[in-house]
Design a protein around this ligand. Structure first.
Ligand code: G
Ligand code: G
Ligand code: NA
Ligand code: MN
Length: 254
């Protein structure tokens, strides 16, 4: 309960910041987007990682106010990046199960897009398979409503949720994100190499983009390049960094 009380306090006192991790397009080796990742700066606890408080926030429902803040802040900052000279930068935002189930989600996002004047096509909502599979009919309806606003979707942690291949074609999604657990042992693990190749083929055959997460070294990169992966994200190219740092990162691109 102590942590929950602290988390409530953090919401009231605006103790969160967003960090951004670059995503690279392998066709031109340039940053095409960033993923927003929340950080909590507590006076006593220091920087608390989302792995420690997102599950708690999800259990208690606090994820709704936190998630609302993330959506608004990420869209506002995306607009700032666009105006600072990076007009095509895409903003990836993670949605948790409760947020996706929120009856007001579509209206909230619509309002945020109007207020921030962000190009909706530059907003990419990251959802996991398991979130979508909880209620397939409702999910499809919601995704279609959001798609009408012009926003994009990616399937996060792809390959780790319930197998849902037959539904992939029904969802208006644009990108599969290969979970980093499959990338970690590339290229030595035979099962992982087979799985990653299969996901890349699957994505391309369904006309989807594919991005690999957790790219940590040149061996990972080489395997993904040789197997035609479109995009990558990981520590090898850039860790999640502050707004100031990501602007510097973008500015220093060759
Ligand atoms: O950044 P880090 O690796 O510590 O993130 C840990 C987990 O927290 C990841 O699963 C990530 O998706 C999740 N996460 C990070 N930021 C957000 C956010 O803004 N909203 C939600 N719902 N989850 C987030
Ligand atoms: O669940 P999700 O895929 O949203 O998790 C994203 C998390 O993965 C972020 O919190 C980020 O810190 C972490 N991450 C990003 N790149 C790497 C990487 O190259 N290696 C590892 N181990 N974690 C990473
Ligand atoms: Na994510
Ligand atoms: Mn992921």
């Amino acid at each position: 309960l102590e942590l929950e009380a602290k988390l409530r306090h953090a919401i009231d006192n605006n103790e969160f910041v967003l960090h951004y991790q670059p995503q690279i397009d392998l066709n031109n080796d340039r940053v095409f987007g960033v993923e927003a990742l929340i950080r909590w700066e507590d006076e006593e606890l220091g920087l608390v990682s989302p792995g420690k408080f997102i599950p708690l926030a999800e259990r208690t429902g606090l994820i709704i106010p936190i998630g609302d803040w993330v959506l608004e802040q990420a869209c506002r900052e995306a607009k700032e990046f666009h105006e600072a000279g990076f007009p095509n930068l895409k903003m990836g935002i993670n949605l948790s199960a409760r947020q996706f189930a929120d009856n007001n989600l579509v209206e909230k996002i619509s309002n945020i897009l109007s207020e921030t004047e962000l190009n909706p096509a530059k907003l990419e909502l990251e959802i996991t398979e398991s979130i979508i599979m909880k209620d397939v009919k409702e999910s499809v309806k919601k995704l279609i409503k959001l798609k009408k606003l012009g926003v994009k979707f990616s399937i996060d942690d792809f390959g780790t949720g319930y197998s849902s291949l037959s539904y992939l074609k029904e969802f208006p999604i644009g990108t599969l994100k290969i979970d980093r657990s499959f990338v970690d042992q590339l290229p030595s693990d035979e099962n992982d190499t087979a799985i990653v190749k299969a996901i890349i083929d699957l994505a391309h055959n369904l006309n989807l983009n594919v991005i690999a997460e957790g790219v940590e070294n040149p061996e990972h990169l080489q395997f993904l390049e040789q197997n035609d992966c479109d995009r990558i994200q990981g520590y090898y190219f850039g860790k999640p960094m502050s707004k100031k740092e990501i602007v510097k990162f973008l500015t220093n691109e060759p």
